[in-house]
Design a protein around this ligand. Sequence first.
Ligand code: 13P
Ligand code: SF4
Length: 300
Amino acid sequence: MSAELLAYISRRKNELGAVIMAHYYQLPEIQDAADFVGDSLELARQAAVTDARVIVFCGVRFMAESAKILNPDKTVILPEPQAGCPMADMVDADGLKRLKELHPGAMVVCYVNSSAEVKAESDICCTSSNAISVVRSIPADREIIFVPDRNLGSYIQRETGRDMILWAGCCPVHDALSRREIEAQKTLHPARRWWFIPNAAGGYSGADAVLSTAGILKHVENSPENEFIIGTEEGLLHRLRKNSPHKKFYMARSGFSCADMKLIRLEKLANAMETLSEQVDVAHDIRQKAMVSLQRMLQI
Ligand code: 13P
Ligand code: SF4
């Protein structure tokens, strides 16, 4: 069955002149069917340069929206319309406008895990890979509002020494990792290296390194160490094992999984390519403003 679906997806991709992009948190079968797999920053960069007519985006809605913002004339398909991001839903444009009124001189940095409307109200976007560079690019005398991830925001504050006004959102998947679980894993695997992404709750002070999703991959590949505790969503294990088949990985907690990221299956992907739905669209005025924030990020 999988072989038939994969053959159909490949045939249809050629017919459509499409490219399939997938986030590292997607199911292994989807990552394997994709032409390009990456973290949010790599996917945004790829979406900005692709010459494919159709982008099939296997991820969550805000990612497909970013691809559409960067490619208004292309067809962008999200194979599962229900694939949202609970953290992106924790901030809306009206709430952000009200906060901006209280801090009229502030620059707004928004994690790409946010809606197009929120990006349109922001000055610059960032991802977990480039958040520190983005914040460092802002003049020292400007106030900064950071939305929506308070965990990523606190980490940036600590690393850059910049005081920021933090929105109180978080990724429920990463926020659920408790200090107790971290300590238990470290006791269980004392000799292992411990890698962590900054979106997670405050426990990262015990990490050997705090790295973005793509950063974890790179460091594991280049490290002389052989065993690692991974403090992010379990989808990353597929690529970690592919890149470093002789190394061992332990998840920081069991059930470290984003339900929205796991909604797309091969059947849904094939069906979306057949019906060309759901097509993601972003209103023209929102798109124009959100594009500025995304492009400022891509220039850094
Ligand atoms: P990055 O792709 O920026 O590492 O983000 C992690 C994440 O939670 C994506 O939804
Ligand atoms: Fe959103 Fe967290 Fe899922 Fe990423 S892992 S899509 S931030 S809920």
